[in-house]
Every structure is written in structure tokens, then in C-alpha cells.
Design a binder for this molecule. Structure first.
Ligand code: AMP
Length: 455
């Protein structure tokens, strides 16, 4: 049987891994560590939760500690990550894995004072974990030199592109030395990522850990059909009935997340929101409160939550079903981590039935329906033969064509793709739904939110 020793890891790393309680390598570790130790580039299709951080951090640390150049430390490994939270988590993993090695690492990201980061950089580092914006900022200010980088890791590449970081990535690539080992990890492999990978990976070993194998089996998934206006009451009911002490709730918009936190508070449930409009301090505080158990419910948008690694999340609520099926898999992967089990509830209203169809196509099975609640609404069930994706908005004809284009880019509620949905009952329900779930700043802002990635 494969273990970390047979993968070729050195003693100091084996000790660190043992201290973390890892006994068996995960599939992405099993497949990535040997080629990385042999000096190959790796293209990994794997999402957070698969153990991919150790898959790249362990071999990079091992090769780096084989020889350390004389003199002041220079950045030899650069890890780019899309969000601050994920960057901080990767850095925290580097701390754990390099416990018995002479390696200095640091994370930098925007939204906080740069001075402590600059001071750490001036002392000299071996590993730098960074978000693209702050990295380029400090490079431009002359505080960072990446011309000695031997390992370049691009993590969550698909999310990087979603967040509009492609130009920044290309700028960074231009500044890196030609001779280096490259690692690219992405949860999905659309052609844009394949192109990007092709532009800088050399003869990479492809490691493909599909979401289905990763998380879905240990998660008890349930779909509940209901009206949008009833979502809050059902959520409160389940949280109270099941005495949820560590649950994540996903909303589509930042406004929706804020509003829900207030509503939960009114129902006596402590919750905090995490999304890109929050200051770094507020995000850190919310996450810390959630991690230490003071705040039982974390309400999050997709990108802000991406990669958040909190052990012991028992419940995930898809309060709004995501318009990208892959996001569903990421979201539910926040529970059932590190061998545990978890429950994932999906709340599907009549405007989201097409999203459910897309999700079920991606995961390759139908999610069991729980209709044993008082809000069950048959109008939200996908129609026979319904296509994946957006559901026609019965109010569509009232809106101007200019808005149509904007909405279609982002995939919001205001779309016009035909799906055959929209019976009398649904129509009647729609204005109420819009009022309850809508973005007060109007359709235009809503579309902009979708395009800007909701972080
Ligand atoms: P990642 O996908 O890197 O975010 O890792 C997800 C979680 O799995 C983290 O909490 C890791 O500490 C944990 N983990 C990573 N590798 C293993 C392993 N081989 N066995 C058990 N847990 C692991």
C-alpha cells in the first residue's frame, strides 16, 4: 500500500505529516508527489479539500531543502492564490509541513498594511505565498524579486481567471526566470485554463481528481423545493431543529449574504458574513469566530469562501443554488472534510430549477429530494426534459434590451433563455420572489456583481 514514505518523502517531512495525523496520501498526493520530486511540471485538476496543498508543498519543500544557496535567502518558491483566505491557509500549511526544516515562508495579500509584509521580505524568504495584486504592487515598489524562483505554483487557476487575474498572471510569468518547475492546480479545466497551462507548463504530468471521486460520496445531499420567500424560514427551522453548531450558508450575492445575517440574527441565530465587500479585518474576525465555535453559521458568497478549510463543518446550505454547477461541488466540499461525513441541503426555488438540472448532470446523479417540510413547492421541480441553466423570467419582456446583454453575461435571475418553465403558479410567485431575493440596487448592479465574481 502506498504511504508517504514510499512516495519518497524525506524524514523531516514524514515527521511533519505524521504530526498532522495524515496516514495515507490522498489520490492527488499519490499522483503528484513522485513526478514533482523527479523534477516534472504538474497539471492538477483538483479542488480544495483533496489535499492538493500538501501535494505541491511537500515536494517543493523537499527539493528546496536538499540545497540552500549561500547568502541571504531569496524567494525560491512562489505560490499564487486567488483569495486572501486561501493564501493564508496555504501559508499556514507551509508552517506545518516545514516544521522540521530550515525554510522561511510568508504570505502577502492586499487589503492590509503592507509594512509588516515588506519587513518580512527584507529579512529574506524561501517561499512566498501571494495574491496577484499585492505581489505585483510590491514587485513594482522594488520590494520583491522573483528572478530566482525555482518553483512556480498557480493555485485555483480557474478561479483566478474568473476573478480577472489573467493579465496579472501573465505579468508575473514574464518576470520569472525561464528555468523553473511549474505546478498548476485548477478545479475545472475549461479551454481557457488549458491554454494558460499550455503557455507555461513543460511536458506536464496530468493529475485528474474529478469532483465526483472527492467529496460527494460522504455527503448526505438533499434537495428541497420551495418558494424563494420561504427559504429563510426553512433555513431557520433546520438550523434550530438540527442544532447546527458549525454550518455554512451560501448565497449568490453579497447583499443577500448581509441581509441573511441580519435575518438570522432576528431569529436568534448568530451568524457572520464573508465576502469581498468586507474589510480584511472583518473577514478574518468572521472566520476566526466561525473556526473557534463562537459563530455557528457562516454566510458566504462563492469566491470569498473558496478554499476555506474549517474542520468540522457539519452542514452546508445552498440557500441560493449556484449558477455554475462546479460551485455546487465546491460548496458541499466544505463539509465532510478529512474523512468526516456531512449534510448538504440545496434550496431550489422555481427560478433555480435549471441550475439543479446542471448540477445533477455534473455530479452524474439525481440528488434525493426531501419533501417532508411544510414549504414544499412543486412549482420549483424541474420540468421533464428541462435544460440545464437559466430559467425564463416571466418579467423578461418588461425589461430593456440593454439590460438583457448585461444579465446574460453574468447569469443572473434576469435572463430570458427558454426552459418551458413559468406556469401560472410560478408567475404569481415571481414578483414576490424578486422582492425578497432581489438586489435593492437594481438589475444593473446585480449583473455587475455577477461579472465581478462576487468576491
Ligand atoms: P487541501 O485540499 O490542501 O485544502 O486539504 C484539505 C484538508 O485535508 C486539509 O485540512 C488538510 O490538512 C487535510 N489533508 C491533506 N492531506 C491529507 C491526508 N493525506 N490525510 C488526511 N488529511 C489530509
Amino acid at each position: 500500500m502506498t504511504n508517504f514514505e514510499t512516495l519518497g518523502l524525506s524524514k523531516p517531512l514524514l515527521r511533519a505529516v505524521e504530526a498532522e495525523g495524515y496516514t495515507t496520501p490522498t489520490p492527488v498526493q499519490e499522483q503528484s508527489i513522485p513526478p514533482l520530486l523527479a523534477g516534472r511540471d504538474v497539471l492538477g485538476v483538483a479542488q480544495t479539500g483533496t489535499g492538493k496543498t500538501a501535494a505541491f508543498a511537500l515536494p517543493v519543500l523537499q527539493i528546496m531543502s536538499r540545497n540552500r544557496p549561500e547568502g541571504k535567502r531569496r524567494i525560491r518558491a512562489l505560490v499564487l492564490s486567488p483569495t486572501r483566505e486561501l493564501a493564508a491557509q496555504i501559508d499556514e500549511r507551509f508552517s506545518a509541513y516545514s516544521e522540521h526544516l530550515d525554510i522561511r515562508h510568508k504570505v502577502i495579500f492586499g487589503g492590509v498594511n503592507q509594512n509588516p509584509q515588506v519587513r518580512a521580505l527584507q529579512k529574506g524568504l524561501d517561499v512566498l505565498v501571494a495574491t496577484p495584486g499585492r505581489l505585483l504592487d510590491l514587485i513594482n515598489q522594488g520590494h520583491i524579486d522573483i528572478t530566482n524562483v525555482e518553483f512556480f505554483v498557480l493555485d485555483e487557476a480557474d478561479r483566478m481567471l474568473d476573478m480577472g487575474f489573467i493579465r496579472d498572471i501573465k505579468k508575473v510569468l514574464k518576470l520569472l526566470p525561464k528555468k523553473r518547475q511549474n505546478l498548476l492546480f485548477s478545479a475545472t479545466m475549461p479551454s481557457s485554463i488549458a491554454d494558460l497551462a499550455g503557455s507555461f507548463l513543460n511536458n506536464a504530468v496530468k493529475v485528474d481528481i474529478t469532483p465526483k471521486e472527492v467529496t460527494v460520496d460522504r455527503i448526505d445531499q438533499k434537495i428541497m423545493f420551495l418558494r424563494k420567500a420561504d427559504k429563510r424560514r426553512l433555513l431557520v427551522k433546520i438550523i434550530k431543529q438540527e442544532r447546527v453548531e458549525c454550518g455554512m450558508v451560501f448565497t449568490r450575492t453579497k447583499h443577500g449574504a448581509n441581509r441573511l445575517v441580519k435575518q438570522l440574527d432576528q431569529s436568534g441565530i448568530a451568524a457572520a458574513a464573508i465576502h469581498g465587500n468586507k474589510s480584511q479585518g472583518a473577514r478574518t474576525k468572521a472566520l476566526a469566530g466561525f473556526k473557534n465555535g463562537n459563530i455557528p453559521i457562516l454566510v458566504a458568497t462563492d469566491i470569498a469562501s473558496r478554499g476555506i478549510d474549517v474542520d468540522g463543518v457539519t452542514h452546508v446550505f445552498n440557500y441560493d443554488l449556484p449558477n455554475e454547477p462546479e460551485s455546487y461541488v465546491h460548496r458541499i466540499g466544505r463539509t465532510a472534510r478529512a474523512g468526516r461525513t456531512g449534510i448538504a441541503y440545496g434550496f431550489c426555488d422555481d427560478s433555480e430549477s435549471g441550475y439543479l438540472v446542471g448540477i445533477q448532470q455534473l455530479i452524474g446523479k439525481e440528488i434525493p429530494v426531501d419533501s417532508s417540510h411544510e414549504f414544499h413547492f412543486i412549482g420549483a421541480i424541474p420540468k421533464p426534459g428541462q435544460k440545464a441553466g437559466k430559467v425564463k423570467d416571466p418579467n423578461a419582456s418588461k425589461k430593456k434590451p440593454r439590460n438583457r446583454n448585461r444579465s446574460n453575461q453574468g447569469g443572473g435571475r434576469n435572463n430570458r433563455q427558454n426552459s418551458g418553465n413559468g406556469g401560472g403558479q410560478n408567475n404569481r410567485n415571481q414578483p414576490r420572489s424578486n422582492r425578497n431575493g432581489g438586489n435593492r440596487s437594481g438589475n444593473r448592479n446585480q449583473s455587475r456583481n455577477h461579472r465581478s465574481g462576487e468576491n
